[in-house]
Design a protein around this ligand. Sequence first.
Ligand SMILES: Cc1cc2nc3c(=O)[nH]c(=O)nc-3n(C[C@H](O)[C@H](O)[C@H](O)COP(=O)(O)OP(=O)(O)OC[C@H]3O[C@@H](n4cnc5c(N)ncnc54)[C@H](O)[C@@H]3O)c2cc1C
Length: 460
Amino acid sequence: MPVLDELATRLGPALVTDPGALQPYRTDRSGWTTADEPLALVRARSIEDVQAALRFATAHRVPVVPRGAGTGLAGGSVGTAGSLVLDVSGMDRVLEIDVEDEVAVVQAGVVTDDLARELAPHGLWWPPDPASRAISTVGGNVATNAGGLLCAKYGVTRESVLGLAVVLADGRLVRLGRRTVKGVTGYDLTALLIGSEGTLGVVVEATLKLRRIDTTPAVTVAGTFASVEDAAAAAAAITASGLRPAALELMDAASCAAIDALYAARGETTPLAGRGAFLLVRTDGAAAEAEAARAVALLTEVGGAAERSTDEATGERLLALRRSAHPAFMRLGEVLIEDVAVPRSALPAMFRAIERISVEHGLPIPTVAHAGDGNLHPNVVIPPTLPHAPGEIPDAVWSAADAIFTAAMALGGTLTGEHGVGVLKRRWIERELGEDVLELSRRVKAAFDPLGILNPGKAL
Ligand SMILES: Cc1cc2nc3c(=O)[nH]c(=O)nc-3n(C[C@H](O)[C@H](O)[C@H](O)COP(=O)(O)OP(=O)(O)OC[C@H]3O[C@@H](n4cnc5c(N)ncnc54)[C@H](O)[C@@H]3O)c2cc1C
């Protein structure tokens, strides 16, 4: 396409137009695939590459889709019609680790686990801990304000980012935030960018707030229950008691069965076999032992059985079970992975609602939850008998998802705890935000992106 010639001259092989190479960029890990054709792909290697792409996009009014590793579950990084997909995963260097100030500066494309590996020898870690940490990028974590297993105690991504370098829609580079512990000069645009799903600017660098690794052995409690409601009541009792475990993860009976089957296929056994529900509690820090003892007491009070272990390998094995939920569900067929959050006290009611919706809609909905922060992942399994085009989500499945969103909002909850709105949840956001807040959000977007070229059709 002639319009791309000037960009090709500037970017050389970093600009890719071959339709075959663009194919993977028409989907993400949600499984949803667009029927649209992106215009081209930029594999950025530097801030200058990102600036060149955005200057070109502004000059020619071309939509730009920022993309990290494409592990998102809401279609946010999917290359839409005529768009320039801007892949920053090649910008993957850790630029600085400052042990004294507990700060790291990284490029946006650094994989979350690679960062952990670089920090560990310095006795430091970065808390955001999505289950996708082995494959997602820090820039993607920032753009989605990712959560994870440890965020009930250590907070979501926003709590661990001090500053950002961002390329604006017109190609200007701005540095937002700070590297000090405190700082309130101006509006907190760093916080605004975090979770903006690529609609306000392209994150190219991040200044991260780190923590020291605590060498006190963590304690893991494995709780088993006859029903998911009992397990949810136990989780709610733990948080209501003021305990803040590092992880509090719940798996219902169908999830236990799916994960156990995944391990069985590899010839391994798990403690999940035949369970009505499983609750994993991990306590850490100086009070780990005392908190674990309190958690065991609370679990048994609601009729659960609990086993405590300080063996790190046992703890890691249990966490790995929870992290393998996604591959376990994929073996059941195609799934729509949902992501509602409710006040922690409403967890039992939300699990009841999901069970009811599953029966009413005739669809299996195995559900896992980051119970420590009230964030549930109901996985609506798409039966192979339900007619739908590849990469499309059938209406019957959306109808079950709609019932889940309605139930979560009725309980004072939200449509998405951590995966973001992307494309897939746009039609519900007005119901949660209301007309005035949506309008205000659109005006904020227009201030950053007056031509509307940054990830249009996503998030808002
Ligand atoms: C198995 C599995 C488990 C998961 N577990 C979790 C979990 O526990 N918690 C959780 O929060 N999420 C989870 N996710 C979802 C996903 O991994 C996260 O949202 C992750 O943060 C996305 O990172 P990414 O690099 O893949 O971003 P992408 O998928 O490439 O992009 C996601 C969004 O961010 C935007 N974006 C990406 N990079 C930039 C950038 N540099 N500048 C501006 N915008 C950008 C994109 O436009 C898009 O809107 C999981 C996904 C999978 C497949």
